[in-house]
Write a protein that binds this ligand. Structure first.
Ligand code: SF4
Length: 710
């Protein structure tokens, strides 16, 4: 489709009614919202909506303020190109026609000189399913490059790998949120739901009102742990050991579900052998968590009629993140708490479309429907849908951070970044900065001039969540339709149209002929059909009518799958795999020179790299800068008083932060939120060691020293 055709289509579409109903873009709950007149002249405000069965009528402060960034004055409204200006480089506005032409010419030049793989794509975890899918297809069919990965690599990759290993499939939650209230014991490990998915809290409160015991495991006292009956303040890096002690009690006291273990799992005997060394007393010595507390939790969870374990990035963003997650899954598998009402496992997705964004080909090694690029039958299926030969499909690429290493090694020369800000969100971001400077072509498509876009040669206006129609998949695995509410500024093309236009200019337009975003979805459903994340039975009409359908949904008359694993798991023998986990050290253990642990995380007022929420006045006022949380023990030792500045030093650099002194943090741990860039970017200090299987960086643990700044 050419640019002229886009313009014609826009004119036709302008006369079509737009909805006032949408979904908040700031987390995986995807709460529904509506735009309503504010009462003031021509302005609108966001209100909660009752139009969606998840978090009905609820929005947190991020959702309520989600219109602000869409209308923000600094939003990019025209294509921008860097031009020479008095010896420096400045942005200059240009036309779409020029941008598409010149960028495509440059891509072709680079590919002619350095090969197809010299051009790479970096996607995001908040893009719609359709755009995520198209980015994967664009990279492999239009660019014919193997290099694509996305920001979700830094979010769910360890949980995804663990799900695949244990269950044979990666779906964040194995049960719908509505089942939480039926659980009588809930373990929340390394997840701060009250700040990251605030509207999920009522589900936990409802369970508690019905008698559920809630346990939180976190190095900090969080807003979530306020709800807990038992809080375990565990030092980062000790999850696998702590869970082994729980499993030790479950095994020794014969509290496991014999029938479930025998009929539906493999690997239990290896687990027995491993956990026998981790008695509560031994683990108390190693972690400081009292043995009676360990016994209480183990007995409580195992004996409860129903129970759920939720995990998140706290234990997943580690080099041992896959193993940590597998061990928490072991709690469900050994006690038979999965695949039935009130039971299950959930790795709580963080990013808005973290679930759908990883299902349809944005990952370095995957094709739509979770098919693997290295599987010949998968290649044949997807190539047929795309109308190409399987031999034309490139092989698998490398993970998000490794793409920057490839740039620094001179292998990748160009990158297209869509809806992501990797210089803020990547670990050890000096490596990313060096890479961005080295690129011969960097094209960023975004709403704002992000910290990453500051290094770009071209900055193209991206479409906001209120402008881009499409589907998303929430943390439950519920696929739903999000309507268009606003037009893009200046009739700018939508993200998917930008992708198609580039494909056209690269001479591969015949594979990107869509009349609407619904066309893209229909192709996605065919490409995913027969895969694990099977959308084959879904249509826009159905998603609208049913307010979302859970995958897998292979046929039009299939009801969808809210509850996973009722009868079988996804491994060939239908069983789940229990993995015996031997705890390993982090990549960078503390030592005399770097005696404290730096850990990072989110705040309730911000989202990811903060590109949108730092531009939202109300949210930014509440959390204008990152503050380092430290324990009074450390404050006394360093002679620090509240709000004084402290230098945090890791092997990769040092940064200064104001301190907040709180009893609610493990004494040797320092917490800093990650939503800021440049001299406030804690990822200047974090460790880029990658988990062997998932390639997840170790954001949650690095060894640091500290100094008081007088
Ligand atoms: S940030 Fe999450 S919980 Fe808050 S309104 Fe948005 S989708 Fe809902």
């Amino acid at each position: 489709m050419s640019l002229t055709m886009f313009k014609k289509k826009k004119k036709l579409q302008k006369n079509q009614p737009v909805s006032n109903q949408s979904h908040c873009c700031f987390c995986s709950m995807q709460c529904s919202l509506q735009l309503v007149p504010s009462g003031k002249k021509s302005s609108m405000i966001v209100k909660p909506s009752y139009d969606f069965p998840v978090a009905t009528g609820r929005l947190c402060q991020k959702g309520l303020n989600s219109l602000d960034h869409v209308e923000h004055i600094s939003r990019i409204r025209r294509p921008l190109v860097r031009v020479d200006n008095d010896g420096g480089k400045k942005w200059s506005t240009t036309s779409w026609e020029t941008a598409f032409d010149q960028i495509s010419i440059r891509i072709k030049e680079l590919q002619n000189r350095h090969g197809k793989d010299s051009v790479s794509v970096f996607g995001g975890g908040s893009l719609t399913n359709e755009v995520s899918y198209l980015l994967g297809k664009f990279t492999r069919v239009a660019l014919q490059s193997k290099y694509i990965d996305y920001n979700g690599r830094y979010c769910m990759s360890s949980a995804a790998a663990a799900g695949n290993k244990a269950f044979g499939v990666d779906r964040g939650l194995t049960l719908p949120l509505s089942e939480i209230e039926n659980a009588r014991y809930i373990i929340l490990a390394g997840t701060n739901i009250a700040e990251c998915q605030p509207t999920m809290m009522p589900y936990l409160i409802a369970a508690k009102k019905k008698g559920a015991v809630i346990v939180t495991i976190d190095p900090r006292n969080t807003k979530t742990s306020k709800l807990a009956d038992i809080h375990v303040r565990l030092q980062p890096g000790f999850d696998a050991m702590f869970v082994n002690a729980l499993l030790n009690v479950i095994v020794n006291e014969k509290l496991y579900d014999k029938q479930f273990v025998q009929n539906r799992t493999n690997g239990f005997s290896e687990l027995i052998e491993t956990v026998k060394h981790y008695t509560p007393d031994v683990v108390e010595e190693m972690t400081g968590i009292l043995a009676p507390k360990i016994r209480t939790i183990a007995r409580g969870f195992a004996k409860a009629k129903t129970g759920i374990v939720f995990t998140a990035r706290g234990l997943e963003q580690q080099v041992n993140g896959v193993e940590n997650t597998l061990n928490y899954i072991n709690l469900c598998l050994t006690t038979g708490k999965i695949g039935k009402s009130g039971c299950g496992f959930g790795a709580v997705t963080g990013q808005a479309n973290g679930q759908g964004g990883r299902e349809h080909g944005q990952k370095a090694d995957q094709l739509p429907g979770y098919r693997l690029l290295e599987d010949q039958s998968a290649r044949e299926h997807v190539a047929k849908v795309w109308g190409i030969s399987p031999d034309e499909l490139p092989g698998k690429g490398v993970s998000a951070f490794e793409m920057f290493e490839k740039i620094n090694a001179g292998e990748i020369k160009a990158m297209i970044v869509l809806g992501s800000n990797p210089i803020v969100s990547s670990p050890n971001n000096a490596v990313v900065e060096q890479a961005l400077k080295k690129l011969e072509l960097l094209v960023v498509v975004d709403l704002f001039e992000t910290e990453t876009a500051e290094y770009a040669d071209w900055l193209l206006p991206g479409s906001s969540f209120l402008e881009a129609e499409g589907t998303l998949t929430n943390l439950e695995g519920r696929v739903f339709h999000r309507a268009k509410v606003l037009e893009t500024p200046n009739e700018n093309p939508l993200d998917y149209e930008i992708i198609c236009e580039f494909a056209e200019r690269l001479g591969r337009g015949q594979y990107f002929q869509y009349h609407s975003i619904e066309d893209v979805f229909n192709e996605l459903t065919r490409a995913s059909a027969g895969g694990k994340a099977d959308y084959g039975g879904m249509t826009y009409d159905r998603l609208k009518e049913e307010k979302g359908v859970f995958w897998p949904c292979p046929e039009p008359n299939h009801p969808g799958t809210p509850m996973m694993f009722n009868n079988r798991f996804y491994h060939e023998d239908g069983k789940a795999n229990i993995f015996a986990i031997k705890p390993k050290k982090p990549a960078e253990p503390i030592d005399e020179e770097y005696p404290y642990i730096l850990t990072t995380g989110r705040l309730a007022n911000h989202y990811l790299s903060g590109a949108q929420t730092r531009r939202t006045e109300i949210l930014n006022k509440k959390s204008p800068i990152p503050v380092a949380e430290i324990h009074p023990w450390l404050a006394r030792k360093m002679g620090l008083i509240p709000n004084q500045k402290m230098k945090i030093i890791s092997r990769r650099g040092s940064l200064d932060f104001h301190v907040k002194i709180t009893e609610g943090i493990q004494p040797k741990t320092i917490f800093v939120p990650f939503h800021w860039g440049k001299e406030l970017a804690i990822n200047r200090l974090t460790n880029d060691a990658l988990a062997p299987i998932s390639r997840m960086p170790e954001f949650k643990i690095c060894a640091v020293a500290v100094k008081a700044i007088k």
